[in-house]
Ligand binder design. Structure first.
Ligand code: GLA
Length: 714
């Protein structure tokens, strides 16, 4: 009996030991609703065991099959695209990663970070996979550190930030491609066996043809309110690549990272390469849910001054282009006050003297005020702005140079261009070589000098109009590093700007949205979505960017594009983002001006819903001749619904717009606001349940017609 008891005890402790080891080798990364689970195989390698809706009982992750290797390496047994490809000094190109350990810490902001360390037993190189889970918004961020523990330098040929794998009957990828003034066009396709890549090699203006995010619908085509959707964005303001590869078993691998194209990166003994972060969310509530997860995370954790207010503005670009002087600018400060906006933003054309910036052919690089246009610098303009109680903002494009400039004449060695070929100009300009620390100092000084001379400058629009072409750096020893080092150099500059001017609002602009990613938005408070400000186009463009970016980051201006559209239609469209105006106020009729003034007041009043609330895309502009989007405050006490009729067909059937996100049990008062006649109109009292189940007839048969409804809980 005694003997039996002893055997039983031994057996029990052995079992416990086994289950403890097995358990410790399951590494769950969880948010409130998402589980991403890794585990260590008997061979010591790391596998992605699960990625999906979080299981109620974490112990059951152990019941799942092992899955695909977590960070696939080149040269081993897997037949598909690797996440990591190292070329060792001895000519061997293979890497094998074995699990070493992992740790988890809770951060002060409530997020939870997990680090998993892997090592190559033959070469000692180390890979650390980092994850941070933001439980409240179901966003996970991840990056990788690769350390060279060999005696000689190693070349990283591929170095992804993330590999995620799925096993589902079908996958549908949504991408947002386009071009200058035609950004973010939604396209969805089914993924079949093989590879689909979304990537760019434009360098500085890297997003020009493709917005830097995707949605992947698992199992069925993406819906707005239902279905499992992965949304992802690489935090890298440069060339990126997302690879979607379906293998012969129908499993999908999603690899996200810097575009390896012409970017093999060599690291010396003891050096670590840190990949950019990949940010993603997995929603069970369709694209809408994924969007709201990203919006919440962006405001709370990511965007510069994400929880802060945003300034409405009057911009002079389309009103004057390069043709202005002190008197015109003083008048524009007065106009900003008349309109009721927070700021006057002076755009391109204010600088350079030897080669004055009177068109886009000269002056970039010479950031002194042009004495013809501004004989007294900005002092009188700033004085006037102060007098009017509006802020003053300024356009700069510090990473670029026109060959017609003093900077080019004195610092040809600071320019990215091929030394032995004709120069190629994109918008008559070239890109400065930000891999060079001296150029970084110079670019920083452009903003810093202006801020030092004029501390009153409250806002910068930081533009970047040229992609990197004809790539060659006079500074780099290894030309293959330039694409990567350009971005690192840019971040060095932006870090310094942020450290010295933590409160400064800055717009990220690149000839429209040639830049737009969440790493960039750590340094910028907002971005310019497109140079195309035709309100019809904007309905589509803003619909596109709203998929992952919150409204307060999407700059939307009222301009003279599309003469058929009324000021109301244009302004209602712009009010769904960060509102600005770029019009000549003196060309407006009295009623148009009165309407625009009302719109600014209403926008300010409704900011808690539009800028801070939850966004629900109700009717897609891609589905017909109407579109509608609404914003609901977090406490569900107030909502704003925008409804647009674009070009309705004759005798078209109209359907109610069903609202979302309200409290079904509350009673709401609905009124149409921001009407052109400036008289609000009561619509009635309805329960949240009615508004979300039956909806209201908000669309009409009128062309280019819009309505805004305010929905207030009683
Ligand atoms: C870019 C921007 C515009 C404007 C011009 C000025 O195209 O996108 O908004 O600032 O430059 O040259």
């Amino acid at each position: 009996m005694k003997h039996m008891k002893k055997t039983f005890l031994l057996l029990a402790s052995a079992l416990m030991a086994v289950s403890a080891t097995a358990e410790s080798k399951i590494i769950p990364i969880e948010t409130e609703n998402v589980g991403l689970v890794y585990s260590v195989g008997d061979n010591g390698r790391l596998y992605q065991r699960y990625f999906g809706k979080k299981l109620a009982n974490a112990e059951e992750y152990a019941k799942l099959p092992q899955g695909i290797e977590a960070y696939l390496t080149h040269g081993m047994e897997d037949y598909f695209e690797p996440a990591l490809h190292i070329n060792h000094a001895d000519g061997n190109q293979s890497t094998l990663l074995k699990y070493v350990d992992s740790s988890t810490t809770t951060n002060t902001d409530g997020s939870v970070s997990t680090v998993i360390s892997l090592v190559d037993p033959a070469y000692n190189d180390e890979v650390k996979m980092h994850f941070t889970a933001y439980p409240d918004c179901d966003v996970i961020t991840t990056y990788t550190e690769i350390t060279n523990n060999e005696k000689k330098p190693i070349e990283l040929e591929k170095y992804a930030s993330s590999l995620l794998t799925f096993n589902a009957p079908a996958y549908y990828l949504t991408q947002y491609d386009g071009d200058w003034a035609n950004e973010a066009n939604l396209k969805e396709q089914k993924l079949e066996f093989g590879k689909k890549q979304l990537d760019t090699n434009l360098g500085s203006r890297h997003n020009m043809f493709l917005a830097q995010f995707f949605q992947l619908s698992i199992g069925a085509p993406a819906q707005e309110n239902s279905g499992e959707v992965l949304a992802g964005n690489l935090g890298w303001t440069g060339n990126y690549r997302y690879t979607f590869e379906v293998d012969r078993e129908g499993k999908l691998r999603v690899i996200s990272g810097i575009n390896p194209y012409n970017s093999e990166y060599t690291i010396a003994k003891g050096e670590t390469f840190t990949t950019p972060e990949f940010y993603f969310t997995l929603s069970q509530e369709g694209k809408g849910g994924a969007s709201r997860n990203f919006h919440d995370w962006a405001r709370q954790y990511k965007v510069k001054d994400g929880m802060g207010d945003r300034m409405t503005l009057l911009n002079n670009w389309e009103a004057t282009y390069f043709d202005f002087d002190e008197a015109k600018l003083i008048q524009l400060c007065k106009d900003a006050k008349t309109l009721g906006v927070d700021m006057f933003l002076l755009d391109d054309g204010w600088f350079a003297n030897k080669y004055p910036r009177n068109s886009d052919t000269a002056g970039l690089g010479d950031w002194g005020e042009n004495v013809e246009k501004l004989p007294n610098g900005f002092y009188p303009v700033i004085e006037e702005a102060k007098k009017q109680g509006v802020k003053f903002g300024l356009w700069i494009e510090p990473e670029m140079v026109n060959p017609k400039s003093e900077l080019y004449e004195t610092h040809k060695d600071w320019v990215i261009t091929l030394p032995n070929r004709d120069e190629y100009y994109f918008r008559n300009q070239l890109v400065l070589d930000l891999s060079n620390p001296k150029v970084q100092d110079y670019v920083f000084s452009v903003l810093d000098d202006l801020k030092t001379k004029y501390p009153e400058i409250a806002f910068f629009k930081w533009d970047c109009n040229s992609p990197i072409t004809n790539i060659y750096s006079p500074y780099e020893k290894n030309q293959k590093h330039l694409y990567v080092d350009y971005v690192k150099g840019l971040y060095n500059v932006l870090e310094r700007v942020k450290a010295k001017y933590p409160e400064l609002a800055i717009m990220m602009c690149a000839g429209g949205s040639g830049r737009g990613d969440y790493k960039g938005l750590e340094y910028f408070t907002e971005f310019w979505a497109s140079d195309n400000t035709d309100p019809i186009e904007r309905l589509f463009i803003q619909w596109g960017f709203s998929q992952i970016f919150p409204s307060k980051t999407i700059c939307a201006h009222v301009t003279s594009w599309n003469r058929d559209a009324s000021i109301k239609f244009k302004t209602d469209v712009a009010m769904m983002g960060k509102l600005g105006f770029d019009i000549n106020l003196h060309e407006l009729s009295e009623n148009d001006l009165r309407y625009a003034q009302q719109a600014v007041r209403e926008y300010n009043r409704l900011k808690p819903a539009i800028l801070e609330g939850d966004q629900y895309r109700l009717v897609s502009p891609y589905d017909g001749n109407h579109t509608s989007t609404m914003y609901v405050t977090k406490d569900k006490s107030k909502a704003v619904v925008f409804a647009f009729d674009v070009y309705p067909r004759y005798n078209e059937k109209m359907y109610n717009v069903k609202m979302s996100g309200l409290d079904a049990n509350k009673m709401y008062n609905v009124k149409e606001i921001n009407r052109y006649d400036c008289n609000d109109q009561n619509v009635g009292q309805y329960s949240g349940n009615y508004l979300m189940t039956v909806g209201l007839p908000m669309f009409t048969g009128n062309k280019l017609h819009s309505r805004i409804y305010e929905v207030s809980a009683n």
